[in-house]
Design a protein around this ligand. Structure first.
Ligand SMILES: Cc1cc2nc3c(=O)[nH]c(=O)nc-3n(C[C@H](O)[C@H](O)[C@H](O)COP(=O)(O)OP(=O)(O)OC[C@H]3O[C@@H](n4cnc5c(N)ncnc54)[C@H](O)[C@@H]3O)c2cc1C
Ligand SMILES: NC(=O)c1ccc[n+]([C@@H]2O[C@H](COP(=O)([O-])OP(=O)(O)OC[C@H]3O[C@@H](n4cnc5c(N)ncnc54)[C@H](OP(=O)(O)O)[C@@H]3O)[C@@H](O)[C@H]2O)c1
Length: 389
């Protein structure tokens, strides 16, 4: 329920954790409710976005039999092509020798696809049955890793989850959570801190290691875009949105670990619209913000990581974009309840990645006027909570 737009509630009667098709239906309702369909062009792929003087030349191709090409000029461009398509494929310590001893290098986002041992990315994970009776190592500690671990727990022979948030090895039946620094041995066993970890030899590695940012239709170099050596950030983006040097080029949805994506996208939309109608920053301010943002994180790939900072970020986006009281105050009040509900849900999440996701069967009822919520737990009991203002 944290996902819904502040301007259009989800239809009543839905579970608090809605399904992907329900979210799809809601997006269609949203488009129709605000009469947005006239702005879309379906079945069309943007092939190039190039700066021509002060304007942007956009070339697109119809994905129909005509393959008609259109070339149009725009004052500003908002890039919203998503960033969960191109996998990030780090090499796990010991991986090369492990593959050499029983697999072979493949291509297309998988490694070792020619032998028994292989490395696949979660983007290609579809059917858990593919991993039945195998010994699997999942690498990663966020949503994909946890979802895959839960699905594989009951059908694998042995399941390891290697994640940076793990300090000490923890076990439950045939499942084992292991810290960063663990490595694969050529025989498929795992080691940590010079000691072999008890358990069966690994058959398959699933990389739930996230994705890279790619914009094949942009002249990245010409536009001064920097992605770092592993393409896990986009710079220089002011507030993760506006190109600091070409401020008529904006990027939507770049942040990572976003508790509620739709409210973020809406706030970014407001921010962009306001900036394009009357710019409220200078290039110097924007570049300084980007520099400070990089200085504030331990690793450059964390520069777009929002997580618990989302709530302050939303308020500051809207304030900076000119939303004034009483609208800003009303927004902040409602947001404080969404935050309280999201944090309540966070407290109910299990500690170990493969544990039951009972928290997703909780039902929340929000009272936005009183800023209170009721949560009905899977066993039918109820608890109450409120927003902190
Ligand atoms: C496995 C997985 C599970 C997830 N589960 C959840 C979840 O349970 N809850 C949740 O809140 N979020 C979830 N997310 C995150 C969620 O999917 C994203 O936050 C959201 O889809 C981002 O929306 P977007 O519009 O920015 O990008 P996308 O949804 O990726 O949309 C981008 C669009 O741009 C189009 N496009 C790309 N290139 C071009 C081009 N050159 N020309 C024209 N069009 C182009 C694409 O076809 C696509 O339609 C999940 C993500 C993944 C990968
Ligand atoms: N049910 C859901 O809601 C659901 C399910 C799947 C995906 N999603 C969404 O999809 C998006 C992508 O999620 P994701 O989990 O695929 O990717 P992600 O959020 O980018 O997480 C990648 C994980 O891989 C780890 N990692 C990266 N390189 C590593 C290495 N060399 N060794 C060990 N660990 C490494 C990261 O560690 P660090 O923590 O140290 O960076 C992080 O834990 C997110 O928006 C997510 O919310 C949602």
């Amino acid at each position: 329920m944290c996902m819904q737009s502040f301007d259009l509630d989800f239809p009543s009667g839905l579970n608090s954790y809605i399904t992907a098709p329900q979210l799809g239906d809601y997006m269609i309702q949203y488009v129709d409710h605000f009469n947005l369909r006239r702005f879309f062009r379906f079945q069309s792929r943007v092939e190039s976005v190039a700066l021509e003087g002060d304007a942007w030349r956009v070339t697109s191709r119809a994905l129909t039999t005509t393959e008609a090409v259109q070339s149009e000029s725009f004052d500003a461009v908002c890039v919203a092509n998503g960033h969960y398509e191109f996998p990030y494929l780090p090499e796990i310590p010991g991986e090369t020798a492990w593959l050499a001893a029983g697999g072979s290098k493949g291509s297309g986002g998988s490694k070792g696809s020619g032998g028994r041992r292989r490395v696949v990315h979660a983007v290609h994970y579809d059917d858990p049955e593919e991993f039945r009776d195998q010994s699997v190592l999942i690498v990663g500690g966020r949503s994909s890793a946890v979802d895959v671990a839960r699905e594989l727990k009951s059908i694998t022979r042995c399941l390891y989850v290697l994640e940076s948030g793990c300090r000490d090895i923890s076990r439950e039946d045939h499942c084992c959570r292991i810290p960063m620094g663990s490595s694969l041995n050529p025989d498929g066993t795992l080691s940590y801190d010079g000691q072999q970890i008890a358990g069966e030899a690994v058959d398959t590695v699933i990389l739930a290691t996230g994705y890279t940012y790619r914009y094949p239709f942009l002249d990245e170099e010409g536009l001064g875009l920097d992605f770092g050596p592993t393409r896990r950030y986009v710079a220089p983006l002011y507030q993760h949105v506006i190109h600091a040097k070409h401020d008529s080029l904006c990027f939507m949805g770049v942040p990572l670990a976003v508790p509620c994506p739709l409210p973020l996208f809406e706030a970014q939309g407001f921010f962009v619209a306001s900036h394009l109608s009357e710019p409220f920053t200078t290039e110097t301010t924007r570049l300084e913000w980007v520099q400070k943002q990089f200085a504030s994180v331990p690793r450059s790939q964390d520069v777009h990581f929002l997580s618990g900072n989302l709530w302050d970020h939303l308020r500051s986006l809207l304030k900076e974009a000119g939303l004034a009281d009483p609208d800003l105050a009303a927004y902040a009040r409602r947001l404080s309840l969404v935050q309280a509900i999201y944090e309540d849900r966070g407290r109910r999440r299990p500690q170990l990645p493969w544990e039951d996701d009972a928290y997703r069967r909780c039902q929340y009822q929000a009272d936005y006027k009183a800023l209170r919520y009721t949560v009905t737990l899977p066993d039918g009991s109820r608890e109450e909570g409120s927003a902190k203002l």
